[in-house]
Design a protein around this ligand. Structure first.
Ligand code: SF4
Ligand code: SF4
Length: 343
């Protein structure tokens, strides 16, 4: 693990050289928001973004992904690893990718995810501007981000660059890096520590207290009815989430009715049909989470309790995207948890 310094004015040339070697995906401005997309010039990169509309997981786990082609000759895998550098990822989104790494690797490993993941080099970046709805400073404090290859921190005169893996170390061959001084390393550490205390929203209880109370509230139907009263089941809170990983698999048949392809698309457990299953011939169906309050409850259980043992903490990283994306403004985990804790 080595620590370097890159002068502010040398960042564009570093990016230019990197982009010539491999696609670089990073935060860029889109009207008054930010999105992660492939950079077409170094000037597009906006390391001063607050939060992106969709999480950077989409570079590894795309919204729609072709899984396989099928024909009378059998299935043919469509795995085509995306060689890329995912640049400028905030620490909470690195933690979210760490969770996906774990969830997509357990039991039957998801090769479609893992192929992209292994081909991706992740460069984190310090947070320069904070989203109004963020609460990453007080959630999952016991888990540290670990899946990145390097981390870039804005300090006086430029950037502190910490290489954490061999892949991260190799990136330095593209730029005018010098060894970081002790003072520069110290400043970077301080910048990243101080930002944690600047989040506008905070959870008031530990992850264990929250998980216990949320589980104990499972049968409080009145509470869940009240919380979900204004929900119109759009699923935006799921789609915007850094840690949601459900998907729907569909087969599309060609006109010959013998061949076609299979794709998966992100799915959302708040939508009405998410838990609807076919009971076979005749078109009968059963929806085992028909009530919107039950779907709302399910999301809260998943984020605060069900996955905690597996992930070592809550399945929420406090990005605040769900709060921003919810039109009736009822999806904010801080407000939901506060209400449950007071109930
Ligand atoms: S974004 Fe809001 S309205 Fe839409 S499903 Fe989620 S909680 Fe319901
Ligand atoms: S539940 Fe909301 S705050 Fe938590 S990770 Fe998902 S989108 Fe971010």
């Amino acid at each position: 693990m080595s620590e370097y310094f890159l002068r502010q004015e040398d960042l564009p040339r570093f990016l230019q050289s990197l982009m010539a070697a491999v696609p670089v995906v990073g935060p860029v401005a889109k009207k008054n928001h930010f999105v992660f997309q492939k950079l077409s010039s170094p000037e597009e990169l906006r390391l001063d973004y607050d939060v992106s509309l969709l999480p950077p997981k989409k570079a590894i786990f795309p919204q729609t992904q072709r899984l396989l082609d099928f024909s009378p000759n059998g299935p043919k895998s469509c795995i085509a690893p995306r060689e890329q550098v995912l640049f400028g990822v905030h620490f909470y989104d690195i933690k979210a990718i760490d969770m996906l790494d774990h969830l997509f690797s357990e039991n039957v490993a998801d090769q479609n995810y893992l192929a992209n993941r292994h081909a991706t080099t992740i460069v984190g970046s310090s947070i320069q501007k904070i989203s109004d709805r963020a609460f990453w400073g007080s959630v999952g404090k016991n888990t540290q981000p670990k899946g990145h290859d390097a981390f870039l921190t804005k300090i006086s005169g430029g950037f502190h660059f910490k290489a954490l893996t061999e892949k991260g170390e190799k990136l330095t061959s593209h730029g005018q890096f010098s060894k970081a001084s002790d003072a520069q390393s110290k400043e970077a550490k301080q910048v990243n520590e101080e930002i944690l205390g600047k989040c506008p929203q905070r959870l008031q209880h530990s992850a264990e207290q929250i998980a216990q109370k949320v589980r104990a509230s499972f049968k409080n139907e009145k509470l869940w009815d009240e919380l979900a009263e204004k929900c119109f089941s759009c699923g935006s809170c799921n789609i915007a989430c850094s840690t949601c990983y459900c998907f729907d698999v569909q087969d599309k048949w060609n006109l010959d009715q013998k061949s076609g392809h299979r794709t998966r698309t992100w799915d959302a457990c708040l939508t009405e049909d998410f838990a609807k299953v076919s009971l076979g011939a005749g078109g009968a169906t059963e929806n085992f989470r028909e009530k919107r309050s039950h779907r709302f409850r399910h999301r809260v259980m998943r984020k605060t309790a069900y996955l905690n043992d597996k992930l070592g903490g809550p399945a929420c990283v406090g990005c605040g995207r769900c709060s921003e994306g919810c039109v009736p403004d009822i999806a904010d985990p801080v407000k939901i948890i506060n209400k449950i804790m007071e109930s």
